[in-house]
Design a protein around this ligand. Structure first.
Ligand code: BG6
Length: 490
C-alpha cells in the first residue's frame, strides 16, 4: 500500500477515541497499514490527558479488547501518533501542521501523500478546508503521488441547500474524486452482503421486483437514547441522523439495478438512480415521536428525551420516525418501502425484511391457518443474519401448516473470520483510494430531496407525539402501516 500521513482533525474527540484510533490500531496489528505511515492529530488537547500518546494509549485500553491489545505492539503503534495542539480556525496552527508534515515525510518517507480525516463538528468544516488550502496542503490528485484525499464525516449538511454549499466548499479545494463521504453503515459486512446476495446468486434477482415483492420494511431500532450527544442530536432529529443517510443508503442497495461492474462509479451510478427515483416523503404517510420517561432494556427507569443532557425542556425534535416511501421505477412501481427508525426502543435491531406476495391459491384447506407470505430477512445487527421464512407442514399431520425459518447466522458460519468494525473497512478503502463504499455528491443531494419536504412540514407543526422509552414508538406508527392492511414484522 502507498505510504501516507493520516491527518486526524478532531483527534481528541469522541469519534477518534471510540472508533478511529481503535480501527487504525487493529489494522496495524494485522499489518494492513502502509509500511511508511504516521498519524498526525490536529485538535485542542484533551483536558484530562494532554499528552497525546498517553491519550491514545488510554483510548485503546478502553475500546480495544485485552486479547487484541496484548497480541501486538501497542507501543509501536503509539509511536506513530503525534498531535498539533490547535484551534481549527487558527491559520498559524496550519503552518505548524505544514512543518510537521514535512518533517514526518522526511523521517518516515511518506512521500507527501495525505489522508485528511475531518472528524470535526460540521460547523468547523469550512474553517478546516479554507485553512488547509491557504497553507498549501491540498494537492490536486486522489491517486497520483503526492495525493490528497479528504474524508468527510456525516452529517453532510442539514438539508439540500446546506449540503450543496458544503459540496461547493470541498470542490473549491479538491476534486470530487478526492472527497470520501462516510456513511459508516456502508462499511458493515452485512450491508455489503445485500449486493453480494443479490448479484452473486441467480435465485433472488428474478423475484426482486413488483411482480413478486409485496413490500419492504427497513427497521433501524436502537435501545440507546441520545447519551451525551443532546446538543448535536437536538439540531438534527432522527430523520436526518438515521434516515437521510443510513436507511436510504441501505434501501438504495436493496433496490438498485444490477451494475455493469463492481466499480465505485458503476455502483454509485445505480444507487443514485434509485435515490433520484424516490418520491419525497409525505407527511400523510409519515409519523414522528419523541421518547418520554420509561424503561431501558433491563427494566430500569430512564428519563425522557427532554431531560437528557443539553436538550432544551421544550424540544420538539423527533427521536422516532416511520414513513412509507415509493420508488418510481419500472422495477418498484407500486411497492411500498416502510421505514422505521428510533432511539430508546425495546430492542437494538437493524434489518431489512422483504415480504413476497402470498401463494396464489389456498390448496391446504385442512390447515388451521392460512399460509403466511415468505419473508427474506437481512439482519445487519446486532447479530448479522440472513433468514427466509417458508411454510411447511407440522410433522405427523396431513396439512397443518406452520412458518419456519431457513436461517444463517454470520457468527455460526464465519467462525474463523472476525467481523470487522465498519470504520476499519472504510479507513482501509480510503487508504487504498477505493471510493465504492463512500457517498458521492449526487447521492447526498438526491437523499436530501427525499426528506426535505417532510422536515419542512414538521417544522411548521410543533405537535410531536410522545412514546414511553422502551416501547416501539407512537401508536400512529402502527396505524400508518395498518392503513395499507399490513403490519410491522417483529
Ligand atoms: C450514527 C448516528 O450515525 O449512527 C447515531 O449519528 C447512531 O445517532 C449511530 O446511534 C448508530 O450506529 P450503529 O453502527 O451503532 O448502528
Amino acid at each position: 500500500m502507498e505510504p501516507c500521513i493520516f491527518v486526524l482533525f478532531g483527534a481528541t474527540g469522541d469519534l477518534s477515541r471510540r472508533k478511529l484510533l481503535p480501527a487504525l490500531f487493529r489494522l496495524y496489528c494485522e499489518d494492513m497499514l502502509p509500511r511508511n505511515f504516521a498519524i498526525v492529530g490536529f485538535a485542542i488537547p484533551d483536558k484530562k490527558q494532554p499528552d497525546y500518546q498517553e491519550f491514545v494509549r488510554e483510548a485503546l485500553t478502553e475500546f480495544v479488547g485485552d486479547n487484541e491489545r496484548h497480541t501486538c505492539a501497542l507501543n509501536e503503534f503509539i509511536a506513530l501518533t503525534s498531535l498539533i495542539p490547535a484551534d481549527f480556525s487558527d491559520p498559524e496552527a496550519y503552518k505548524k501542521l505544514a512543518d510537521a508534515l514535512k518533517e514526518t515525510d522526511a523521517a518516515r518517507e511518506t512521500g507527501g501523500n495525505r489522508l485528511f480525516y475531518l472528524a470535526t463538528p460540521p460547523t468547523c468544516v469550512p474553517d478546516v478546508l479554507q485553512n488547509l488550502q491557504a497553507a498549501g496542503l491540498v494537492t490536486d490528485s486522489a491517486h497520483k503521488t503526492p495525493w490528497t484525499r479528504l474524508i468527510a464525516e456525516k452529517p453532510f449538511g442539514i438539508d439540500r441547500d446546506s449540503a450543496r454549499r458544503m459540496t461547493a466548499l470541498f470542490h473549491n479545494i479538491a476534486k470530487e474524486d478526492q472527497v470520501y463521504r462516510i456513511d459508516h453503515y456502508l462499511g458493515k459486512d452485512a450491508v455489503q452482503d445485500v449486493t453480494v446476495l443479490r448479484f452473486a446468486n441467480s435465485l433472488f434477482e428474478p423475484l426482486w421486483n413488483r411482480g413478486y415483492v409485496d413490500h419492504v420494511q427497513v427497521t433501524v431500532a436502537e435501545t440507546l437514547g441520545v447519551e451525551r450527544r443532546g446538543n448535536y442530536f437536538n439540531s438534527m432529529g432522527e430523520t436526518r441522523d438515521m434516515v437521510q443517510s443510513h436507511a436510504l443508503q441501505v434501501i438504495a442497495l436493496v433496490a438498485m439495478e444490477p451494475p455493469n461492474s463492481f466499480s465505485a462509479a458503476a455502483i454509485r451510478d445505480e444507487k443514485v438512480k434509485v435515490l433520484e427515483a424516490m418520491r419525497p416523503l409525505n407527511s400523510h404517510y409519515a409519523v414522528r415521536g419523541q421518547y418520554g420517561p420509561g424503561k431501558d432494556t433491563e427494566g430500569k427507569p430512564v428519563p425522557g428525551y427532554r431531560s437528557e443532557y443539553a436538550v432544551p425542556p421544550d424540544s420538539t425534535t423527533e427521536t422516532y420516525m416511520a414513513a412509507r416511501l415509493f420508488i418510481e421505477s419500472w422495477r418498484w412501481s407500486g411497492v411500498p418501502f416502510y421505514i422505521r427508525a428510533g432511539k430508546r426502543l425495546p430492542k437494538q435491531r437493524t434489518e431489512v425484511n422483504i415480504q413476497f406476495k402470498g401463494a396464489p391459491l389456498t390448496l391446504f384447506r385442512g390447515s388451521s391457518r392460512k399460509p403466511e407470505p415468505n419473508v427474506l430477512r437481512l439482519r445487519i445487527q446486532p447479530d448479522a443474519e440472513i433468514a427466509l421464512t417458508v411454510e411447511l407442514k407440522r410433522p405427523g399431520t396431513a396439512h397443518d401448516l406452520l412458518p419456519v425459518e431457513l436461517d444463517m447466522l454470520y457468527g455460526d458460519v464465519f467462525k474463523e473470520n472476525r467481523m470487522r468494525d465498519a470504520y476499519e473497512r472504510l479507513l482501509l478503502d480510503a487508504l487504498h483510494g477505493d471510493a465504492l463504499l463512500f457517498m458521492r455528491e449526487d447521492e447526498i443531494d438526491a437523499a436530501w430531496r427525499v426528506v426535505d419536504p417532510l422536515l419542512a412540514y414538521w417544522r411548521s407543526d410543533p405537535d410531536v407525539p410522545g412514546y414511553p422509552a422502551g416501547t416501539w414508538g407512537p401508536d400512529a406508527a402502527d396505524d400508518l402501516i395498518a392503513r395499507d392492511g399490513r403490519k410491522w414484522i417483529d
